[in-house]
Design a protein around this ligand. Sequence first.
Ligand code: AP5
Ligand code: MG
Length: 221
Amino acid sequence: MNVVFLGPPGAGKGTYASRLQERFGLLHISTGDLVREEIKNKTEIGKKIKPLYDEGKLVPDEVVFDLLKKRLSRGDCKNGFILDGFPRNLNQAKELEKITNIDIVINIVVPKNLVIEKLSGRRICSKCGAIYNIHEIRIGDKVLPTLKPKVDGICDKCGGKLYQREDDKPEVIEKRLKEYKKQTEPLIDYYKKKGLLKDVDGVGTVDEVLGRITRILNIKL
Ligand code: AP5
Ligand code: MG
């Protein structure tokens, strides 16, 4: 089964996809992670795209598409994949159709105030990529179970150091949200018309939202 996750920055795409990878044997592919890897390794591509990334802008379609194709060709996604962060515009959606089929598109729906709260508190493990949050996230009167690491700045799973993403600064978060609205949101209608889209309420605990997504994927399996 090939799945696409849609949703604004901070919706939880990476959080849920990484947990679903184990449950369904689907490979979690985050184009944001592929982009960050190039930047971290200071490759030619990485040097070219860093200024765009730092400003919260999309990097050129052909660059991301090449990174994605390379990742797909490794041959470890025989059971299918979850695409997190791709496609991000109409052109990418059409290019994707030329190389693979998509069975379902999960659109994670989260209000803007909640994504800003989530993004500003996000911390990531520099070794294994596990995602944490140092904020106490509230929905109305309800406080969500904490996603804080047990020891400040250290990953619970592997002991790696936690860091904050360059693009999680408040001024860049605003730009990323605008970019999402302009370029990516139109894909909701595009996939709705194709009959592939399923909206999922992304407000709730990690387990609640995962339960909602799992029910939809189980029906498809
Ligand atoms: P990318 O890495 O894809 O960033 P994004 O789409 O902005 O999404 P995020 O990773 O910020 O959010 P998420 O939905 O994964 O949330 P998360 O699970 O971490 O892209 C970054 C950049 O790369 C782009 O700006 C662009 O430059 C480039 N790029 C990537 N793909 C591209 C493409 N296709 N084309 C062109 N350019 C591309 O969760 C957020 C926080 O909330 C975490 O702290 C988490 O712990 C917490 N959280 C999640 N769920 C819950 C919950 N239920 N309760 C409490 N806390 C929660
Ligand atoms: Mg992510």
